[in-house]
Ligand binder design. Structure first.
Ligand SMILES: NC(=O)C1=CN([C@@H]2O[C@H](COP(=O)(O)OP(=O)(O)OC[C@H]3O[C@@H](n4cnc5c(N)ncnc54)[C@H](OP(=O)(O)O)[C@@H]3O)[C@@H](O)[C@H]2O)C=CC1
Ligand SMILES: N[C@@H](CC=O)C(=O)O
Length: 426
């Protein structure tokens, strides 16, 4: 084991508590050879025998008697070097490290292939929810066209609080921190980095293509206001941080991949709208199967450890049988669509001067960029007048040009909110 924090300590606990069951499932006892940590004297959620703890992770992965390395340190280095050297030394690897997989997955997969060893990482996306194996194996004979997910528990908790209690972002974040969902430094969650890493992994598996975190358009939830959430509610919608990966046809008739993470309004009738608190869900659309939904706890030590142990049993069985798992698909290397060419609908709230002709002028600004309006309504009068426009599907570039134009108009005091809208048009 590399790391013994929130996830690692629960893996150690389950390895002890379920030792007999695991032995029955694997066909051999699984023994903990050592646990590498940063600080030997740090308080731990489980008792780890002192003779198993070490700060020399490199020496632990180099041991001849280690068949399997579980990496739950996180981050890029030293995790990457340790995984590579474990594989070179003939051990298989189970990891929960989405940041590393999204940044440099192909290097790790090639190393596993070269070494003839397994590299499993179910825990890296959506905690306990089995989603990577279904995409890689169960749906391998189908053509997945779209994956839409709530894959970050912290931000879902915050947005859910804003929706149900009317709280602002800062208050909801404070509550998430008090309950232990959000880290003291919640940047990776609230700025969408964590969800973007997961989106890259999902897109790679769903479309058998190489997608890295750098390919993912990312927006977090720090700019989502109580007004946006209220506006969504008035439309019968809810704001969620969505990870979206889809196949889009290119003019040449090929498939390009579009991958993005951003807040969006979805209708309350959509299955993802009912995903509350820190839960995760992934909605998959494929040609033959149709629509599938995977739901469950997406974070936390114990749920994540469940996914790690599932991988451990598979890898240990493979090891016993002298074989290895299916590994990654041959890559199709599809082009990644620039965000400007991504098509979706938009909700735009505009503070305007309440005078004759304002509606026509705003409608013209949309029309000039080829953005067609689905609905428009006026709220308030006089100095409080606001137009709320929902567009039909348009490209991100056309919408951005529309918003620039609106901001230059004399009758527009402020464009107060621009948010994407997901779900079918009514
Ligand atoms: N927490 C969650 O809900 C989820 C986490 N994950 C992923 O699981 C992984 C682990 O996360 P989590 O358990 O929360 O992280 P923690 O920060 O709780 O634990 C990290 C552990 O790694 C150890 N560590 C850090 N640096 C080193 C080093 N250089 N050498 C040896 N050990 C080191 C720490 O040691 P020490 O204890 O001495 O400080 C600690 O035990 C990450 O990749 C994360 O993204 C995935 C899904 C959900
Ligand atoms: N910080 C993540 C933990 C799991 O990946 C989250 O909130 O979902």
């Amino acid at each position: 084991m590399l790391g013994c924090g929130s996830v690692g300590s629960q893996v150690v606990r389950l390895l002890g508590e379920q030792a007999d069951d695991l032995a029955a499932r694997v066909g051999a006892r699984v023994e903990l050879a050592g646990v590498a940590v940063r600080r030997l004297d740090a308080p731990r959620e489980v008792d780890v025998p002192a003779d198993l703890l070490t700060t020399d992770a490199a020496a632990l992965v180099a041991r001849d008697d280690v068949d399997l390395v579980i990496e739950v340190i996180g981050g890029i280095e030293p995790a990457r070097s340790l995984i590579l050297s474990a594989l070179e030394n003939g051990a298989s690897v189970v990891t929960a490290n989405k940041a590393l997989l999204a940044e440099d997955g192909p290097t790790l997969f090639e190393a596993a292939e070269k070494a003839g060893r397994d590299l499993y990482y179910e825990a890296a996306v959506a905690g306990a929810i089995p989603i990577l194996r279904p995409l890689r194996e169960s749906l391998a004979g189908d053509r997945v066209t779209r994956v839409l997910g709530i894959v970050n528990g912290t931000t879902n908790f915050i947005l859910d609080k804003m929706d149900t209690s009317g709280a602002g972002f800062a208050d909801a974040l404070e509550e998430a921190q008090a309950l232990g969902y959000a880290e003291a430094d919640p940047t990776a969650d609230v700025e969408g980095f964590d969800a973007a890493a997961k989106a890259a992994i999902l897109a790679s598996l769903a479309f058998h293509s190489r997608v890295t975190a750098a390919d993912v358009h990312r927006e977090g939830i720090t700019d989502v206001s109580a007004g946006d959430v209220r506006s969504a509610r008035e439309m019968g919608s809810v704001v969620k941080l969505l990870a979206i990966a889809e196949l889009r046809p290119t003019p040449e008739g090929d498939d390009a991949v579009s991958v993005r993470v951003h807040p969006a309004m979805i209708p309350r009738s959509h299955p993802l709208a009912s995903v509350r608190e820190a839960y995760n869900a992934v909605f998959v659309e494929s040609e033959a199967a149709g629509q599938l939904m995977f739901y469950g706890p997406g974070a936390g030590g114990s749920p994540t450890a469940s996914a790690v142990l599932g991988d451990l049993v598979t890898v240990a069985r493979n090891h016993r049988q002298g074989t290895r798992g299916v590994g990654e698909s041959a890559y199709a290397d599809r082009a990644v669509l620039p965000m400007g060419e991504t098509r979706t609908r938009y909700h735009v709230a505009i503070d305007v001067d309440d005078r004759a002709g304002v509606l026509a002028a705003v409608a013209q600004a949309f029309a000039e960029q080829g953005v067609s309006i689905q609905t428009v309504r006026q709220e308030g009068r006089g100095n409080d007048a606001q137009l709320v426009v929902v567009s039909h599907e348009a490209t991100d570039a056309a919408l951005a040009a529309t918003v620039d134009k609106l901001r230059d108009m004399e009758i527009v005091r402020e464009v107060t909110s621009v948010m994407r809208v997901e779900g079918t048009e009514e």
